[in-house]
Design a protein around this ligand. Structure first.
Ligand SMILES: Cc1ncc(C[n+]2csc(CCOP(=O)(O)OP(=O)(O)O)c2C)c(N)n1
Ligand SMILES: [Mg+2]
Length: 355
């Protein structure tokens, strides 16, 4: 005898299409035009912050940087869905989420200048700092979610992983454990089509990344990650149900720029692929929507842009004034300093690099 043991399907959601048309049946009750305007403003801020960070690195004023351009809707939509009580666990690309959660901007610049002090996240931000080793943040996210459950603090943990990161053991372990423990975890897959030079098509034979949740016994959905309203809705729904257990949200977006400033995508990616994604730009559709409603125009755009630049420039100035204690890079790593490192630490202090 053979009978079906299990079956499932994965839904895909889009609320606002590429032309700025809204599926009214899917529009969340708390999303009105003023909220859509707010979403646009944050996305535009994130894009400007991104351009500045990239240009600083190109001028030798930052060590490295992982651009977010193209991925604004995934980051801003999910960040705006989080409440103060929710905890954010990033990888290395979610500058837009930090922006909305009000990590001081200068800390972002400080981090990418290579200073540990940029990793100091204030309690009010309710987040871990940037995490570069791929997917190592995920079991921590599950652990923090469990702690929230035991302490009955309410709120969920919202964590991020790239398409490439979903191939790591840590990803499966994190969702499996979260599933069995019913941890309030929202796992956002920021599927930007690439893991450095590895395209999504060579990452896994699975048709969607969302379906990886099925093996962990937890629900999942795929959304248009370039539609800020879809991402907002999916994240908000997930957070509201997080007390019942974890959820995986796969956001389909596209990395419009290089992986990091150490990468040259022209070596492995046809420019035509990038061009094909340009009409799907997450800002463009929202700008079209707002312009059609008479809520946005070029004058408003340039005023907003000047405001953002002022804030960004002030943060860069502050980061550039920062003088690190050369000892801090040693002291942040060990609870006691091994003798061999002590010698190096004293030499670094004597050389006084940054004074
Ligand atoms: C454990 C580990 N292996 C390899 C790397 C080098 N590395 C950094 S980012 C990256 C690709 C990540 O791709 P993806 O998860 O899709 O995230 P994206 O960079 O596209 O946002 C790799 C291999 C690393 N940082 N950590
Ligand atoms: Mg990727």
């Amino acid at each position: 005898m053979i009978k079906e043991a299990f079956s499932t399907s994965i839904n895909y959601m889009q609320v606002m299409d590429e032309q700025g048309n809204i599926d009214q049946q899917l529009l969340p009750k708390d999303v009105d035009d003023s909220k859509i305007l707010e979403m646009y403003k944050w996305m535009s801020f994130a894009r400007q912050l991104d351009a500045k960070a990239l240009s600083l690195q190109r001028q030798g004023r930052a060590v490295t940087y992982a651009p977010l351009v193209g991925e604004e809707a995934t980051q801003i939509g999910s960040a705006m869905a989080m409440g103060q009580n929710d905890f954010f666990v990033p990888n290395f690309r979610q500058h837009g989420v930090f922006l909305v959660r009000r990590l001081p901007l200068y800390a972002i610049f400080l981090y990418w200048k290579g200073f540990e002090e940029g990793s100091v996240v204030g309690k009010d931000v309710n987040a871990l700092p940037y995490i570069v080793p791929v997917s190592t943040q995920l079991p921590h996210a599950t652990g923090i979610a469990l702690a929230q459950k035991y302490r009955k603090t309410g709120g969920a943990v919202v964590t991020y992983v790239g398409d490439g990161g979903t191939s790591e053991g840590n990803f499966y372990e994190a969702i499996n454990f979260a599933g069995i423990m019913k941890a309030p975890l929202v796992m956002i897959i920021e599927n930007n089509g690439w893991a450095i030079s590895e395209p999504r098509s060579e990452q896994t034979a699975a048709q969607t990344l969302a379906q990886k949740a099925v093996a962990a016994g937890i629900p999942s959905i795929q959304v248009d990650g370039n539609d800020v309203i879809s991402v907002y809705k999916a994240t908000k729904d997930a957070i509201s149900k997080a007390a019942d257990g974890p959820i995986v949200i796969e956001c389909i977006t596209y990395r419009m720029s290089m992986h990091t400033t150490a990468d040259d995508p022209s070596k492995y990616r046809p420019q035509a692929d990038v061009e094909a994604w340009k009409p799907k730009d997450p800002l463009l559709r929202v700008r079209n929507y707002l312009a059609k409603k008479g809520l946005w125009d070029d004058a408003k755009e340039s005023t907003l842009s000047e405001e953002h630049l002022k804030e960004i420039d002030a943060a860069v100035d502050e980061a550039e004034k920062f003088k690190a204690d050369p000892k801090s890079m040693f002291q942040n790593l060990y609870s006691f300093i091994p003798d061999t490192l002590k010698e190096e630490m004293d030499a670094a202090a004597a050389a006084n690099f940054w004074q």
